[in-house]
Write a protein that binds this ligand. Structure first.
Ligand SMILES: Cc1cc2nc3c(=O)[nH]c(=O)nc-3n(C[C@H](O)[C@H](O)[C@H](O)COP(=O)(O)O)c2cc1C
Ligand SMILES: Nc1ncnc2c1ncn2[C@@H]1O[C@H](COP(=O)(O)OP(=O)(O)O)[C@@H](O)[C@H]1O
Length: 313
């Protein structure tokens, strides 16, 4: 899969020569709704014997339109993970468009001319709610007019899961409630974060449960505070484990939020390694224990609970 970064005004030499079928969207999470858009586009591409291109943006477009503070925005999937998911969904080419100040004031006709026709798209595929400017004038219905016969428009209808809308907002809400089964069901795969193992307070090993402290990107959306059954990949090796997302309130107030994981059946130094954490199930809320002894008793039970649910997974 080829990845091309574009920043307005982009250099025409960067654009692939051959015609493409283009799927458009921000695709945070690449959830089952997004997968339906990409699969629809793939089918159109195969019928036309053309490559499938996907266009996405380097940041949440709503930052520009709704004046959100970029530092406050959290993503289900950061760009690297999103690209991995695109590759898994048989995408041939990705355009990552920088959502910079030159793009924001662009009107819908100019956007269509430069970012759909300009990318040699013979068909544009997007979800029913895709917009490329003000929603009243830059939506899937008006796209046909702006296309003026230069490319086909394929609108993909909303994917419903029972009465549940499959959407990034719904998935973020479910994450905030620790509803991992629902999160994973809506995503169509197990939610994951990646990060680097950093030093903590060396307390874990003293209490008999060493924990890798996983430092992820500040913009990565995390599951709610609590204890979880997880699977962890380190250097190609998978481990079962139990994770705590917490302020470690047992050890004092106003502590930073950390992701700490005790890995099962291994004793090894993991500092500075990059790890991938898959979140399987919420086990319990985080508790302020009266001391380390009470915490350890609970962690023994957490291990039993976590192992049981990883066995079933
Ligand atoms: C499975 C698990 C459950 C935990 N539950 C709690 C908890 O309920 N309350 C709490 O204050 N800390 C909890 N912790 C966090 C521990 O306080 C933390 O791992 C320990 O302080 C080690 O810190 P260190 O890695 O900085 O040395 C939990 C940790 C794990 C791995
Ligand atoms: N089973 C295990 N699970 C997690 N970390 C382990 C395990 N065995 C050894 N370690 C190592 O111990 C470190 C954690 O020890 P800990 O006392 O919690 O220290 P700190 O949290 O201060 O780094 C991990 O970063 C890792 O290198």
């Amino acid at each position: 899969m080829q990845v091309i970064n574009l920043a307005e005004p982009y250099d025409q030499n960067l654009i692939a020569d051959e015609p493409v079928v283009l799927a458009l969207g921000f695709f945070d999470g690449v959830h089952r709704g997004h997968q339906k858009v990409i699969q629809t586009a793939k089918t159109v591409a195969q019928e036309k014997h053309l490559p499938l291109a996907v266009m996405t943006f380097d940041r949440y477009p709503k930052i520009a339109y709704q004046g959100l503070d970029p530092k406050e925005v959290r993503y289900l999937t950061l760009l690297d993970r999103k690209l991995e998911l695109f590759a898994e969904n048989d995408v041939d080419l990705v355009y990552v468009v920088e959502f910079n100040e030159n793009l924001v004031p662009m009107g819908p006709q100019e956007f269509v001319d430069k970012y759909i026709v300009g990318l040699n798209a013979v068909a544009a595929v997007a979800g029913f709610d895709f917009t490329y400017g003000k929603a009243e004038i830059a939506n899937m219905q008006t796209l046909v007019d702006y296309a003026a016969g230069r490319f086909e428009v394929h609108e993909v209808s909303q994917l419903q899961d029972c009465a549940e809308k499959v959407g990034s907002t719904q998935i973020k809400h479910a994450l905030d409630q620790g509803q991992m089964e629902k999160v994973n069901q809506l995503l169509g795969y197990q939610f994951e974060i990646s990060g680097v193992v950093v030093h903590g307070e060396a307390r874990g090993r003293e209490i008999g449960f060493p924990t890798i402290n996983v430092q992820s990107d500040d913009q990565q959306k995390l599951p709610a505070i609590g204890v979880y059954a997880v699977k962890v990949e380190i250097a190609g090796q998978w481990y079962g484990g139990m994770a705590s997302v917490s302020h470690n309130e047992t050890f004092g107030p106003n502590r930073n939020l950390t992701v700490e994981i005790n890995l099962f059946d291994v004793h090894q130094d993991f500092y500075d390694q990059t790890v991938r954490v898959l979140w399987v199930k919420f086990l319990r809320p985080s508790v302020k224990f009266s001391g380390a002894k009470e915490l350890v008793e609970q962690m023994k039970q957490d291990e039993i609970d976590s192992r049981r649910c990883l066995q079933k997974d």
